[in-house]
Design a protein around this ligand. Structure first.
Ligand code: MN
Length: 463
């Protein structure tokens, strides 16, 4: 049966709610699941299982139980878009499902039953979540009404835990609902003590270290999908002089190290960030700017995020930079590639292209070079593929070089250690002419979180 999201979309007014509009995706072999704790008119949990490009969704009033003796009611509701798995926030009062939504668990799932139809067959399945693991069965007993029962396995009859905070962001219901001044404002975050919280990081606008902590806490939910499983390097600025930091330190919390040999270097410990604690502990160490690899840790040699940085020669007009971005997009469009736009926080814009993955770094780098070269040969007076200041005279450098193994580019939502504390902010293509490359600072970035995510579809593009 072909899945649609018509019901889902009809029930919601997307001018009022920040839930994703979404669309039906291609089906994938590895399927995600999410459990959302939802304080609507009636408190309940939503169990959503990816199937045929949508999330098959059940409202489970009492949530999942590990007891094999308890049958939990599960009501089949409308299919949700897969992008819904990233939704944590508040649905406005009076809107459909109005109330707070917290990501309670997430991971992958696999059906055990041969027949999966979500209408008349019972479904045995395994959850590989962070909090919920093991086998359950969904048994239909009348239209849309099912029973959810734990099967016997090594997780059976464990005490069913109750978590008061989000598995993704560590936020409580209260923190999600009110963007509240939390324990962060006292300089303490889950056991990480922020030293020198009042230390000035930027003078115009005046921002202290603690303001940076609060900023990253607030953008974490939007930022984390980009940080997740990607090696990171940060720009630290402990005392007015900034430097790149890319190696792991054992004092780090919320991070995981990866032993890696890069080119001729000795093997060194690189690392990636696992949760909010990791981000905060970077800020604690005066690391304010986050830069990411183009591949994920588990597929280190199969890069999947390509970044072009349009870097103008000094004195070149903003109009020319914007034209450059449009020229680049036109080439990517002709290649049939969906691309996304963000401000660099500096002089240029970044055009970012998500891929399913390349077979090697070499083919990835070659491809990005060819795109840049195409611009250079089509418009030799406007663009160059050469970094040198001499070659760049009066032109824009189409920087393809950050698509080499081990190179990094600044993460979406990262603050830049520039004078104005600008942010590298995802914007929509329509905004190109309205938003300057360094035009979005911390406070505007936070304002923009209340709006729809212009990169909502980023992880759902298969190309
Ligand atoms: Mn619900």
């Amino acid at each position: 049966m072909k899945e649609t999201l018509e019901k889902y979309q009809k029930k919601r007014n997307f001018k009022k709610t920040l839930e994703p509009i979404g669309k039906v995706q291609k089906s994938r072999k590895k399927r995600v699941f999410v459990i959302q704790h939802h304080w609507a008119r009636k408190e309940h949990y939503d169990l959503r299982l990816e199937w045929n490009g949508v999330l098959k969704s059940f409202a489970v009033p009492k949530g999942l139980s590990f007891s094999t003796h308890e049958k939990r009611l599960a009501i089949l509701v409308e299919d949700h878009p897969i992008a819904y798995r990233n939704f944590e926030g508040v649905i406005p009062k009076g809107e459909y499902g109005g109330g707070t939504v917290m990501i309670y668990d997430e991971g992958y799932w696999e059906p055990v039953s041969k027949e999966v139809d979500f209408s008349s067959h019972e479904l045995k399945f395994i959850l590989f979540g962070r909090r919920y693991k093991g086998m359950w069965t969904l048994v239909p007993f009348k239209e849309n009404y099912w029973l959810l029962i734990k099967e016997k396995d090594e997780f059976a009859n464990m005490k069913t835990p109750r978590f008061l905070f989000s598995v993704r962001t560590g936020r409580t219901k209260k923190e999600i609902s009110e963007k509240l001044e939390t324990s962060y404002s006292k300089g303490i975050v889950e056991g990480i003590s922020i030293s020198n919280p009042d230390k000035t990081v930027f003078s115009h606008p005046a921002l202290a270290k603690l303001d940076l902590v609060k900023y990253y806490q607030k953008v974490f939910l939007r930022m984390f999908p980009y940080l997740e499983n990607r090696l990171v390097s940060t720009v630290r600025c402990p005392d007015g002089v900034s430097f790149y930091k890319k190696h792991f330190e054992s004092t780090h919390k919320g991070m995981k190290k990866v032993l890696l040999r890069k080119d001729s270097e000795k093997r060194r410990d690189y690392y990636y960030i696992r949760n909010i604690e990791g981000v905060i502990s970077e800020v604690q160490m005066n690391g304010y700017e986050f830069h990411l690899w183009g591949s994920r840790v588990k597929r280190m040699n199969h890069p999947d995020i390509m970044v072009f940085d349009l870097d103008p020669d000094e004195g070149l007009s903003l109009q020319k930079v914007r034209d450059g971005v449009r020229d680049l997009k036109s080439i990517l469009d002709q290649l049939g590639l969906v691309s996304f736009l963000k401000t660099s926080g500096g002089k240029g814009y970044h055009v970012v292209v998500p891929f399913t993955s390349f077979s090697s770094w070499k083919s990835f780098t070659d491809f990005s070079y060819k795109v840049a070269k195409l611009m250079e040969s089509k418009w030799p007076l406007k663009y160059t593929t050469q970094m040198s200041k001499k070659m760049r005279k009066g032109k824009i450098f189409v920087d393809w070089m950050r698509n080499k193994k081990g190179s990094t580019s600044v993460a979406p939502y990262s603050v830049r250690l520039k004078k104005k504390a600008s942010v590298s902010m995802p914007i929509s293509w329509r905004e190109l002419d309205k938003v300057k490359p360094d035009g979005i600072g911390i406070s505007e970035a936070l304002e923009r979180l209340k709006r729809r995510d212009p990169w909502e579809m980023f992880f759902f593009i298969h190309q």
